[in-house]
Design a protein around this ligand. Sequence first.
Ligand code: NAG
Ligand code: NAG
Length: 340
Amino acid sequence: MHWNAAIIFALTAPVTALIRFQCSQLVTQRLDPLVSPGIVPSPHVHQIVGGDSFNITMDPKKDMPGESTCTTCQFSEDFSNYWTAILYFRARNGTYKRVPQLANSGFAGATGGGMTVYYMQDPLYDQQQKSKVTAFQPGFRMFVGDIAARTKAQASKFRQLTYTCLETMGSRDHETVAFPSHACKVGIMTSLRFPTCWDGVNLDSPDHNSHMAYPESGTFESAGPCPASHPVRTSQLMYEVIWDTSKFNNKEDWPEDGSQPFVWSFGDATGFANHGDYLFGWKNDALQKILDTPCYVNCNGAKTQTVAEMNKCAGLPEVVHEDIDGWLTELPGGHQAQYN
Ligand SMILES: *[C@@H]1O[C@H](CO)[C@@H](O)[C@H](O)[C@H]1NC(C)=O
Ligand SMILES: *[C@@H]1O[C@H](CO)[C@@H](O)[C@H](O)[C@H]1NC(C)=O
């Protein structure tokens, strides 16, 4: 009996960590210090979470933990910034309305819904997490996705940028790379998984993506090897963002041909241009330490703060003054819905 129990323990106990935490929304506006640094306003609206040193320009040498006074993330040594576009509903009369967000289960009350962030060393479903990965370094940043993609073929260059139609808060099946085609009872969840092989040298690259690569064969989930050009295996960073589309499920307001009505803040109405941005900003070696400490999801070793404390950091001063919440005749920045 004891021997059996030991075997079961060995098969299920984590060896390294998979961490998951919520971040409240820091600010929602047209700024993008990764793709268009210094440009105010940037071309489209983003929702940003993380450390409050976020600004129009983010020099890679900037000391994000040092210059931040707080973070909107539950893991309080994480002053990184994470951001995505925001979603709009386009009514049959052609006007747009911002889709509100929901916090993931267990994080009710997080300002603006924000997002859930994961760092995993093996697939999400593997509770053992036994791979060893190298944490990102200060100054590291990356982008995933293609804002110009409007076809499945263009989107296929990126793996696992998906949507889940939430019939309940817990729905996790049937991920799609296009927007769900039918009304989703609770909302739509976006999952953005970043590539996991680093060239080991460059903290960034001109397209903010080519210093990273996908495994050479197989996938991250199947422990596929990294290519020789990008030999360093990193954790898989994943964002989950939940859009509360439930208020927009009245079919009378959907396009007459029955197609889906949602559109990204930069105009993509296909969903294929799903994308995300990341600026690493963990304090000292906190991320590496957490990743090396065995735990699965509920990682007590990490320094954390409450939702109320996260929310205290939310609400950076507005830099771009414009209406992003009313019924709009065009998306902020002058975009219109594009279907191809
Ligand atoms: C952002 O940078 C500007 C200077 O470009 C500075 O005046 C402002 O205080 C900074 N904001 C924050 C929140 O650090
Ligand atoms: C367009 O439709 C929406 C949703 O029915 C409505 O709330 C809005 O007032 C309409 N706008 C105009 C200009 O008709």
